[in-house]
Design a protein around this ligand. Structure first.
Ligand SMILES: NC(=O)c1ccc[n+]([C@@H]2O[C@H](COP(=O)([O-])OP(=O)(O)OC[C@H]3O[C@@H](n4cnc5c(N)ncnc54)[C@H](OP(=O)(O)O)[C@@H]3O)[C@@H](O)[C@H]2O)c1
Length: 327
């Protein structure tokens, strides 16, 4: 394999822009191909983004030996099918969140990746950002004392009623779309999986959750409250409350180059911690190159993806059954 990873974009999704603007800053990665269900769309997209090669089907790109890594940016319900096809074609895959919609599908992807000897990672870009790593380090060093309650939210107004996020058959719903972030952050900080969850949802006309409020209980007594919505203006935060202090992360999921953490002490003293960040989508690309070229474990491993999918499916089951669900 080439020492420069040649990436192929699986679709002309809007999120590709994030990868395409990050790529030129990485000497180890280059986007060489794009595939679309439509030849004309692939050609127009390649012209706009100066991508060398186009494919008029996803299968054709997977069959090409000059593509090393597939960026799977399809709608949620297609992630498993096309990640599996890419893996079986011998490609490494960076797949958009959520990696899959069932735990069984995560397990199938993990088994296939192991058999093929390729790397599969879920594109939780915020996990690579210096702010996230600093928050985790601070919590480990006792910044809040004993961590007792986590609260996290991610919402926005989804005004385009034809968006795939509203279609149940494509894995729609606010919990899969943005609720996955506070759940991921809470589990990352807990360093464990929840043992029980409870959730309520408000469904839209298509039946997917457009507002979700969930609770997670961990074995050591730590609690987490998370919410997500398509029916609320943009909100995004993580609050980490401990026995001594409370740490607030104002931009936990889409941090930029200059961020601030707020640490509130018992006596109400407020400490501001400045974070020198980096452009958000560069970390996941470099992490992929580290994993493929240097054999390092990806920062978001498949066990972590499995835990997130298990928590989300349990929350949805709870909302549907109106009962707490044990994991
Ligand atoms: N990490 C992040 O910051 C972030 C941000 C946004 C979205 N995402 C994730 O990225 C994924 C894509 O989101 P997006 O908003 O970029 O999607 P999008 O713009 O709607 O694009 C999805 C693409 O999938 C292809 N496709 C194949 N089958 C389709 C179908 N049945 N219906 C619609 N499109 C179909 C289409 O490409 P062709 O027609 O060219 O084949 C389409 O352009 C989602 O999983 C989402 O969760 C992540």
């Amino acid at each position: 394999m080439s020492r420069i990873l040649r990436w192929g974009l699986l679709s002309t999704a809007r999120i590709n822009r994030a990868i395409l603007t990050a790529m030129p800053h990485s000497p180890r990665n280059v986007v060489t191909a794009v595939a679309s269900r439509s030849a004309a769309r692939a050609a127009a997209y390649a012209a706009e983004w100066k991508i060398a090669r186009t494919f008029a089907s996803y299968e054709a790109m997977l069959a090409d030996p000059d593509v090393d890594v597939i960026y799977n940016s399809l709608p949620n319900a297609l992630h498993t099918e096309w990640t599996l096809k890419a893996v079986q074609a011998g490609k490494h895959v960076l797949c958009e969140k959520p990696l899959a919609l069932t735990v069984a599908d995560v397990d199938a992807i993990a088994a296939a990746a192991q058999q093929a000897g390729v790397v599969v990672a879920e594109a939780f870009m915020y996990r690579h950002h210096p702010q996230t790593l600093r928050v985790k380090e601070m919590i480990g060093q006792g910044a809040v004392g004993e961590m007792r309650l986590l609260r996290g939210a991610f919402s926005y107004l989804l005004t385009n009623r034809s968006d795939v996020r509203l279609l149940p058959e494509l894995g729609g719903g606010s919990l899969w779309d943005v609720g996955c972030y506070p759940i991921s952050f809470a589990r990352f900080l807990a360093g464990a999986e929840p043992v029980e969850v409870f959730g309520w949802q408000v469904s839209g006309p298509s039946g997917v959750d457009e507002l979700f409020a969930g609770q997670l209980r961990f074995a050591n007594g730590l609690l987490a409250q998370v919410d997500s919505a398509f029916q609320l203006p943009f909100r995004s935060f993580m609050e980490i409350a401990g026995s001594e202090r409370t740490l607030t992360v104002a931009a936990p999921f889409k941090p930029q180059t200059n961020e601030e953490l707020i640490l509130r002490h018992k006596n109400d003293l407020i400490e501001v911690i400045k974070i020198a960040g980096e452009p958000l989508y560069r970390g996941e690309i470099e992490d992929m190159a580290d994993a493929v070229l240097l054999g390092k474990p990806p920062r978001v491993g498949l066990a972590e993806s499995r835990g997130n999918v298990a928590t989300i499916t349990a929350l949805l089951e709870s909302a549907h059954s109106n009962r707490p669900v044990r994991l």
